[in-house]
Design a protein around this ligand. Structure first.
Ligand code: CP
Ligand code: NVA
Length: 305
């Protein structure tokens, strides 16, 4: 949909997500068959990173290349942004030269400001508050393995961070329940005045959150930008680890997901991350397929499959 941005999960409707999932499937199958599909020849994706990345950078760059376009990696510290050029000015300039922009940064207000000054569509590639591209891939991956996520229970063990907050936004759109277990003092705060009561439960007990869940997920306890809290967090999150024993409380068909990078032995035990219920590698791969569908939609609108 030309003119649209993807800054938070709530920016798109259920219908738009259903379309993206259909297209992700088509694009994934085409790639597997070795078919070339290059509708974005001559188009450029600018990728601005203010934080580190493996998956986001590689999935966007490889995906844009597969679509026939070019992806440009910009580490903010090596651009004038790192020397204090206002984000508004950078957005005006890059938005005139590039066709689509992905920004990974700190506060959500930075990506929101960028989008309001950019002529090109802007994609949130992770902020302190949200990671919508991750949740897009996560839900596609769950559907691929288990079918519809509607009416299911997602157990989140750990921090109320950008990933779990985006899961909560998705819970309302896809009508599932998010059960979050976090230490005292790390609870999810009220979100933009939206009433999530039917889609959200919060506890301090990982066992209570996991009981009968269809999907169990976790993430690092120290997200990028929160390194100063590292020592305290490592102590506070000690009993918020996904273990084999915890997984036994979930539904027998439950899957385990993690956005990665993971720290084996910290937030998840190796036998879970590398075990039979884990679908983390498909989850990571699907970042590329779903983002290809996203870029196609932002630049070309709905394509009939
Ligand atoms: N999951 C994710 O966004 O990974 P990267 O930080 O490696 O991009
Ligand atoms: N919550 C993590 C996710 C990394 C992909 C972070 O923000 O560092």
């Amino acid at each position: 949909m030309p003119g649209k941005h993807f800054l938070q999960f709530t920016d798109f409707s259920r219908d738009e997500y259903e379309h993206l999932f259909v297209r992700s499937r088509v694009l994934k199958d085409r790639l597997r068959r070795g078919e070339l599909y290059q509708p974005l020849q001559g188009k450029t994706l600018a990728m601005i990173f203010e934080k580190s990345s493996t998956r986001t950078r590689v999935s966007f760059e490889a995906g844009m290349n597969q679509l026939g376009g070019h992806a440009m990696f910009l580490a903010s510290k090596d651009t004038q942004l790192g020397r204090g050029e206002p984000i508004e000015d950078v957005a005006r300039v890059i938005g005139r030269m590039c066709d689509v922009v992905m920004l990974r940064t700190y506060e959500q207000t930075i990506v929101d400001t960028f989008a309001s000054y950019s002529k090109a569509p802007v994609i949130n590639g992770l902020t302190n508050e949200y990671h919508p591209c991750q949740t897009l891939a996560d839900i596609f991956t769950y559907i691929e393995h288990r079918g519809s996520i509607e009416g299911k229970t997602v157990a989140w063990i750990g921090d109320s961070n950008n990933i779990s907050r985006t899961w909560l936004q998705a819970a309302r759109i896809f009508n599932f329940k998010l059960r979050l277990a976090c230490p005292k003092g790390y609870e999810m705060s009220v979100l933009d005045g939206i009433d999530y009561r039917d889609h959200f439960e919060q506890t301090h007990d990982p066992r209570e959150a996991t009981e009968g869940a269809d999907l169990v997920s976790t993430d690092v306890c120290v997200s990028m930008g929160f390194e100063r809290e590292s020592l305290q967090r490592r102590v506070d999150f000690l009993s918020y680890k996904v273990t084999g024993e915890l997984m036994k409380l979930a539904d027998k068909d439950a899957v385990f997901m993690h956005c990665l990078p993971a720290h084996r032995g910290e937030e998840v035990d190796p036998d879970v991350l590398d075990g039979p219920q884990s679908i983390v590698w498909d989850e990571a791969e699907n970042r590329m397929h779903t983002q290809k569908a996203l870029i196609e939609y932002l630049l070309l609108g709905k394509i009939d499959s």
